[in-house]
Design a binder for this molecule. Structure first.
Ligand SMILES: [Zn+2]
Length: 300
């Protein structure tokens, strides 16, 4: 850290100009946004002042051994001061995998996390269309294995009653369920859940902890959709680092219901961390979002 980048320099200079300091006099009245960042040449944020756990990441290759993929991910995580990463789903990605394929992919993740010196946490990938096989796989990887949560993707919309037995077992095992959520203007995949689908499942299963990944994609509607179900936390990964997402999530849900994730390697650590460290929210809220909330969730 501490390296002066062109971007930091330019952004510092622009802010100093906006605040009037380049002309050698302090502004009579500055807005909070104009005075918040540091002076020219100083990076706007030192990530090493935070503990950072990344709640959302993936393996990325069918050909590279999982341990090698993990080593590469951790090298990148080190550069951004990310202490721990959550990993789920193997490779290749299959929209509606059969139980055998699900097991094969979870084996890849098991191999990856075992090679991580405790820095990677695994969530078991399930296809809830196959309810009994999902319960068996949950037992194999979480009850009898090292994994600590559940990942559901796009095989079936999660408001379907066939998910209820999985939600019940998840609560018994204290395993949070992370569900991909997105609302696409071009139309969703047939089994792709939206934030309101998680809200419906969570309302039927109040003892289970849910994470709405991507905050619904279309986050302004997604955050509102989960507002009334306190057992759903918004996770902010994916998409561009649009200003306002974390501010709105904190305002509508409270900082305790917002979690940082990146969706690596589909998205960069830096672009997704920027949503949190650049947000106009209290430092204490940033600490909860970057690690505290996930730590509390998994400590159970
Ligand atoms: Zn993802």
């Amino acid at each position: 850290m501490g390296k002066i980048t062109r971007r930091a320099l330019l952004s510092g200079a622009a802010q100093a100009a906006a605040a009037g300091t380049l002309l050698g006099h302090a502004p009579a009245r500055a807005t909070a946004r104009a005075v918040a960042p540091a002076a020219a040449g100083t990076p706007a944020c030192d990530l090493d002042r935070y503990v950072i756990w990344d709640a959302h990441g993936h393996l990325y290759s069918a050909d590279t051994p999982p341990a090698e993929q993990m080593a590469s991910l951790l090298r990148a995580a080190d550069r951004m001061h990310i202490e721990r990463v959550v990993v789920f789903m193997g490779y290749p990605w299959v929209y509606d995998p059969e139980p055998d394929e699900v097991r094969r992919q979870n084996d890849q993740v098991l191999e990856a996390i075992e090679s991580s010196d405790g820095r990677a946490l695994g969530f078991v990938y399930l296809n809830p269309k196959h309810t009994q096989e999902s319960l068996d796989e949950l037992d194999r990887c979480v009850r009898d294995g090292p994994m600590v949560g559940i990942k559901l993707w796009v095989s079936i919309r999660c408001h379907d009653p066939c998910l209820d037995p999985i939600a019940v077992r998840a609560a018994e095992l204290n395993a949070p369920i992370l569900q991909h959520t997105w609302s696409k203007i071009t139309g969703n995949l047939p089994g792709e859940s939206m934030a309101e689908d998680v809200a419906a499942l969570a309302a039927r299963n109040p003892a289970t902890t849910f994470i709405a990944a991507h905050a619904g994609g279309d986050w302004e509607t997604g955050i509102r959709a989960i507002r009334g179900t306190p057992n759903v936390t918004a996770e902010i990964c994916g998409g561009d680092p649009t200003a306002g997402i974390v501010e709105m999530a904190v305002r509508e849900l409270g900082a305790q219901r917002v979690i940082y994730g990146s969706d690596f390697r589909g998205r960069s650590f830096a672009s997704q961390l920027a949503k949190v460290v650049g947000a106009d929210i209290p430092e204490e809220s940033k600490r909860l979002i970057l690690a505290g909330n996930l730590q509390r969730m998994l400590a159970r």
